[in-house]
Structure formats: structure tokens, C-alpha cells
Ligand binder design. Structure first.
Ligand SMILES: Nc1ncnc2c1ncn2[C@@H]1O[C@H](COP(=O)(O)OP(=O)(O)O)[C@@H](O)[C@H]1O
Ligand SMILES: CCCC(=O)OP(=O)(O)O
Length: 356
């Protein structure tokens, strides 16, 4: 059985073809920001991205009709449990309208559905979307009833890496207590208790550590002053929180390797911001240790930033008192998507229904 996994990012579309669980090939289409920037909405990018995927498939000699199921990264939807979901009309409505927020991942389910219809298999899924919500109730309440917390995080990679770390420790995923820090363009830190993410920093709404391109949590007083200053539109403020915050705001780059080059050439500002980002990640890991009552089997660092031993060392030096630290650089979201689809195709799991 063949599955095509589709991971739309803000500046790329990653696709991978899998046969019986194994990767046959993968490919990344990268786009300049001016190419993507010309589309007014995320949904407007769909045909452009679909044509790109069809070309990649044709280049690999694969027809749409050769594929048994299409699976896309799940975007901003209503909160839901972890698992594999059929892409249905209710889901498509919410994804197309950006009802729960704008993110390139909103295209995953739409592209899977279009390609599955065109290829004739009509099997389209999403797996562990960014809105997987397993938070314990005590973690939802803030000091303002109108501003509760919501779970928005790198659920797909956090859960996949947690499964891998558990296997490497010879334990069952659903019997582990781990803290996972996904550190990419955005950073989220989750407390995993026996397979459930009971608390996690929201990676899009301005919580947790700042990251290469997100502002993270900010003091609310000065933030109100900034928002009311008349200097910025709502859209500009939203972009400062997610897109142009973090390293981009301080150093005008979202590339940690560039920051490390600047540090090596003596740039003190770059050094200070770099150390602060690591400190903020470590502090968030400490908060998740509290969520797990201090009983933690492992702290896991993953995502693109985890390729940097220097950056990881700064975090490890502050958190190793909590539990052993395991490092899995990069992400394996295509494999995690394919695994979710194969679990359904093989009858190991039943696809869940959105909106029911
Ligand atoms: N070898 C490396 N050393 C240091 N930083 C790296 C390395 N590889 C990637 N990164 C950094 O990881 C970040 C991107 O992470 P990634 O997980 O690819 O992000 P996303 O998928 O969210 O776009 C960038 O800041 C990039 O510079
Ligand atoms: C935290 C929600 C998902 C997200 O932000 O993903 P990216 O970091 O890949 O944009």
C-alpha cells in the first residue's frame, strides 16, 4: 500500500511517498517569500501548491492513481484528541475559512482531499494536528476568565519523537513521563504523561520561550502600551508575535547558524540574544517538570535548533538536574503522518470524525 504524506510549511511544501510504512522518496519545494506573499489567503495558495506536488510525483514517475491514501499535516481546527482523522466537509470548511487561525498547515487536509479525489482513492487524512488538546483543566485557567489557555503545538513531531525516545529507553510510550521541547522556527515545550500532553506552551498565541521567529510570552503591560500606541495595525502586531518576533526582531535573521557565525566573529548582541533564547527554553522545561510533579523519565530536545550542540549544551546545563536529556535533531513529520495513515489502512486504528 502506498501513502503520500504532505507537509505544507510557511515557505515550503514537503512530500514523501511511503510503501508499507517505508519511505520510497521525499522532496521539498521551497518558495521565496515574495512568491507565497502574493496570495491574499492561505487557501488561495492551494492550487499552486497542488500543482507543485503533482509535478514532484510526475518527476518520480508516480501517478495519483498509484496512491492508496493521502495524508496532510493538520492545521488550526477546533481542539481535538490525538489521532488520525478523515478529512470531511466540516473540517474543510474550517480549514478554508481560517476560522481558528491562519497557518500553512491549514492546507494539509485540503491538499490531501483534492489529490485523493483526483486520484480516485478518496482516502484523505490528517494526523495529530497542531490543535491536539489533552491539557489538564488546571492548566487552562489564567487570571482573566476571558483569556483561557489553548493547546496549539507541534503535536505531530512531539508525539512521534516521544514514541522514539520511549522505544530507545526500552519503555512503552504510554507509560512514560517526558518533557519534549520542539525547537524550530517556533518553539513549544510539552509535558507528556503516559501518552497525553497535559500541559504545553502555545506556539502561536504568544506563550513560552521566544524562538527564531516568534516573540513568546511578553509582559502584558508594555504589550498593551505598544498595541494602543497607534503605531501598528492589528495585522502588524500579529506578525510581531508570530513571524517577525524572536531572533528576527532582535537580529533580523531566523537562522541560528547565522547567529552562531556572528557570535564567532565577536558579536556581543547576538551572544546575549542566543543565551536568552536557550535560558527561556530551559525555564519552560522547568515549568513542565512541575506539571509532571517532578517525576520525569527524560527531557527531549528536538527540531532544527537541536542540530546545534552549543545551543543544546546551554539548555542541558540548566535542566539536567530534572532528568537525563536526550537529543533528536530535526523532525520526522512526514514519517509521523505516514505512520498515522498506515495505522488506519492496516486496521490498527479507526479514523476519527471531525466535528461529530
Ligand atoms: N546545523 C544546524 N545548526 C544550528 N541551527 C540549525 C542547524 N540546522 C538548522 N538550524 C536552525 O533550525 C531552525 C529551523 O528549524 P526547523 O525545525 O527546520 O524549522 P521549521 O520546520 O519550524 O521551519 C533555523 O533557525 C535553522 O537555522
Ligand atoms: C505551534 C503550532 C505549529 C507551528 O507553529 O508550526 P511551525 O513552527 O512549523 O510553524
Amino acid at each position: 500500500m502506498k501513502v503520500l504524506a504532505i507537509n505544507p510549511g510557511s515557505t515550503s511544501t514537503k512530500v514523501g511517498l511511503f510503501e508499507d510504512g517505508k519511505l520510497l522518496w521525499d522532496h521539498t519545494d521551497r518558495f521565496d517569500s515574495d512568491v507565497i506573499g502574493k496570495f491574499a489567503t492561505i487557501a488561495d495558495q492551494k492550487d499552486f501548491r497542488r500543482e507543485g506536488i503533482e509535478k514532484i510525483m510526475a518527476d518520480h514517475g508516480v501517478a495519483l492513481s498509484d496512491v492508496d491514501a493521502f495524508v496532510g499535516r493538520g492545521g488550526l481546527l477546533r481542539p481535538m484528541l490525538s489521532g488520525t482523522y478523515d478529512v470531511n466537509d466540516a473540517m474543510l470548511d474550517d480549514l478554508k475559512s481560517d476560522r481558528y487561525g491562519r497557518h500553512a498547515a491549514n492546507l494539509g487536509g485540503q491538499l490531501a482531499k483534492d489529490l485523493a479525489a483526483k486520484g480516485g482513492c478518496n482516502r484523505a487524512y490528517i494526523v495529530d494536528p497542531v490543535v491536539v488538546d489533552e491539557m489538564m483543566d488546571v492548566a487552562r485557567i489564567t487570571g482573566l476568565p476571558d483569556v483561557p489557555r489553548r493547546s496549539v503545538f507541534h503535536a505531530l513531531n512531539q508525539k512521534a519523537i516521544c514514541r522514539r525516545a520511549a522505544a530507545d529507553m526500552g519503555k512503552r510510550f504510554d507509560q512514560c513521563r517526558m518533557i519534549v521541547a520542539h525547537m524550530g522556527g517556533g518553539i513549544t515545550v510539552g509535558a507528556h504523561e503516559n501518552g497525553r500532553v497535559i500541559d504545553v506552551s502555545n506556539g502561536l498565541d504568544g506563550e513560552g520561550p521566544f524562538s527564531p521567529e516568534r516573540a513568546g510570552s511578553l509582559p502584558s503591560g508594555p504589550l498593551i502600551d505598544l498595541a494602543m500606541s497607534g503605531q501598528y495595525t492589528r495585522a502588524q502586531l500579529a506578525k510581531m508575535i508570530a513571524g517577525k518576533g524572536g531572533l528576527v526582531a532582535h537580529l533580523d535573521t531566523n537562522d541560528l547558524r547565522e547567529v552562531e557565525r556572528r557570535i564567532a566573529s565577536g558579536d556581543k548582541k547576538a551572544q546575549a540574544v542566543y543565551e536568552a533564547m536557550a535560558y527561556n527554553v530551559a525555564k519552560e522545561i522547568g515549568a513542565r517538570a512541575v506539571a509532571l510533579n517532578g517525576q520525569v523519565d527524560a527531557v527531549v530536545l528536538t527540531g532544527g535548533l537541536a542540530h546545534s550542540a552549543k545551543f543544546c549544551d546551554l539548555i542541558v546545563s540548566r535542566v539536567s538536574f530534572i532528568a537525563p536529556v536526550k537529543i533528536y535533531p530535526g523532525e520526522d513529520e512526514l514519517q509521523a503522518l505516514a505512520d498515522g495513515a498506515f495505522r488506519v489502512l492496516k486496521g490498527e486504528e479507526t479514523a476519527k470524525t471531525y466535528g461529530a
